[in-house]
Design a protein around this ligand. Structure first.
Ligand SMILES: *[C@@H]1O[C@H](CO)[C@@H](O)[C@H](O)[C@H]1NC(C)=O
Ligand SMILES: *[C@@H]1O[C@H](CO)[C@@H](O)[C@H](O)[C@H]1NC(C)=O
Ligand SMILES: *[C@@H]1O[C@H](CO)[C@@H](O)[C@H](O)[C@H]1NC(C)=O
Length: 479
């Protein structure tokens, strides 16, 4: 019997529907394909429609067409979640369907993909987002190697992973307490106030159930990939490695963007380059709270007040729907007129391009993981205003551990005076220089990890060999 090992492994990748997960997941598909794997990539139908519409004014675009024409073996398909494209997916009803009915849809799709390649042997493996609840079941049914991809830092993974231990010690739910936790493997000490919002809440919703279930499921994954860098989270990663094969392979970027452009944005993006090019180097504060988080109008008013007081140049992403307002504008009256000569307000933008522009000197961020990584990559220090989920824990890494950012406010409530003061601290002066120096250092760590003998590249190659061996081992067992 000929060895199966020479046959290309074929990754079946089913993407989560959230913007912050789509970006690294697509990047992972490109990376796997560039290592010689075949990939079948599935977006949810509504995600497919939204990207097609926002990026190409079309109803139906093969987002990987260009990547394929540059030689990568990626087949693109869609999967239905059982709802119409226009359905409002911010409801509990959706979470429930995602939890209970979506696994059947995945089962159907995986069955179909495997059948359509049945002559090609059984070199398939499964790659899912760690927030998925279906991988263990599907992997078992089809005998597939099960790869889980975690798009957030290892610290956050570790906290969810040790949920049971935290519960036994009475630290979850946090219920507003502030206590240091020092018994988690690979985590020296973390205050409960820095736990993700889902561990803070005492009232559990379906979303909590979904996340906790996903972290039960990941315990049977064959391999876990994490979009972080080993040198930044050495101990947390070492401790996780003792439990399961865990590979730090970040930061995942698209690589040569000109060669392999892949549309990933759910919203149309404003191009701010021309505006930025007319501003002095390091003079612009970029303000964005990401694709998902909501905040209240008062926060927007205080930040607007702070921007007015600080006199800083700025680009502010005000995403439609980020504030639940009763109609009308969310900015204070006259704000746009008073800042017309130094500010640009956009509904969404190409964040990477803004951060990489020399005019950008600071980032007021919600601390989404992609934003943090992109900001460090561009050597832009941050002011942190986390709103929920992992953002709260990510803030600790940025401000307390790596010292590449400061807090927007230290108390419970936000005032415009404090906002203005911290913008001043970030944008110029001694403290700003220190932050920039530290950001450069962390940037070097990221850059080194991505070189040929850097940790992330080596870890990725190691994963490639390990997954091939595991597929081979299973084939032999079957024969
Ligand atoms: C989008 O496509 C429609 C129909 O083809 C066309 O009428 C419209 O002008 C296009 N919009 C943009 C912004 O290109
Ligand atoms: C791409 O995937 C679809 C869905 O599984 C399948 O029907 C089709 O044959 C595949 N195309 C190629 C070129 O592999
Ligand atoms: C944005 O605009 C600049 C110049 O104004 C241009 O060079 C660049 O290609 C544009 N970027 C995109 C993504 O369209």
């Amino acid at each position: 019997m000929a060895s199966n090992k020479n046959r290309k492994p074929h990754a079946i990748m089913i993407s989560l529907h959230l913007q912050g997960h789509i970006i690294p997941f697509v990047n992972l598909a490109i990376k796997l394909a560039s290592k010689g794997f075949s990939v079948t990539f599935a977006h949810l139908e509504f995600v497919h429609h939204q990207i097609s519409k926002s990026q190409f004014n079309s109803t139906d675009i093969d987002i990987f067409a260009q990547a394929r024409s540059s030689g990568l073996d990626i087949n693109y398909t869609t999967i239905s979640d059982g709802f119409a494209v226009e359905f409002d997916r911010s409801t509990d009803l959706y979470v429930e369907a995602f939890l209970c009915r979506f696994p059947e849809k995945v089962d159907e799709l995986v069955g179909k993909i495997m059948q359509s390649h049945s002559s090609a042997g059984s070199n398939f493996f499964l790659v899912s987002d760690t927030f998925s609840v279906w991988p263990a079941k599907i992997a078992e049914k089809y005998g597939l190697v099960d790869v889980s991809f975690w798009t957030e830092p290892a610290l956050v993974f570790s906290l969810y992973y040790h949920l049971q231990l935290l519960r036994e010690n009475g630290h979850v739910p946090v219920n507003g307490r502030r206590e240091n936790v020092d018994y988690l493997p690979g985590i020296q000490s973390i205050n409960t106030k820095d736990f993700m919002s889902y561990l803070q809440d005492s009232e559990l919703t379906l979303l909590h159930k979904l996340i906790f279930q996903a972290f039960d499921t990941v315990k049977s994954a064959d391999f876990i990939l994490c979009n972080t860098v080993q040198e930044l989270e050495t101990e947390a990663i070492s401790a996780l490695k003792e439990k399961q094969p865990f590979y730090a392979i970040g930061p995942l970027f698209l690589g040569d963007l000109k060669k392999n452009p892949v549309a990933r944005s759910l919203l149309p993006e404003s191009n701010c380059t021309e505006w930025l090019n007319s501003r002095p180097a390091g003079s612009v504060l970029y303000v964005s709270f990401g694709s998902l988080a909501k905040t209240d109008k008062n926060v927007i008013l205080e930040i607007a007040g702070g921007i007015l007081l600080s006199q800083v140049n700025f680009i502010w992403v005000l995403r439609p729907g980020m504030v639940d307002s009763e109609g009308g504008g969310i900015l204070p009256e006259g704000f746009e007129d008073r800042t017309r000569d130094r500010g640009l307000i956009v509904p969404w933008c190409t964040q990477n391009q803004v951060l990489m522009n020399p005019a950008t000197g600071g980032f007021l961020t919600h601390c989404g993981w992609n934003s943090i990584v992109e900001s460090i990559w561009a050597c832009v220090p941050m002011i942190c205003y986390p709103l929920f989920t992992d953002q709260i824990t990510n803030r600790k890494l940025v401000v307390d551990d790596w010292k590449v950012g400061i807090n927007l406010c230290d108390g419970a409530s936000l005032t415009r005076e404090e906002v203005a003061e911290n913008i001043g601290v970030l944008m110029s002066g001694k403290r700003a220089d220190e932050l920039r120096q530290e950001t450069k250092k962390v940037r070097e760590t990221l850059q080194n990890a991505l070189t040929e003998d850097g940790s992330s590249e080596k870890n990725f190659n190691c994963f490639v060999e390990d997954v091939k061996d595991e597929i081979e081992r299973r084939c032999e067992k079957r024969i």
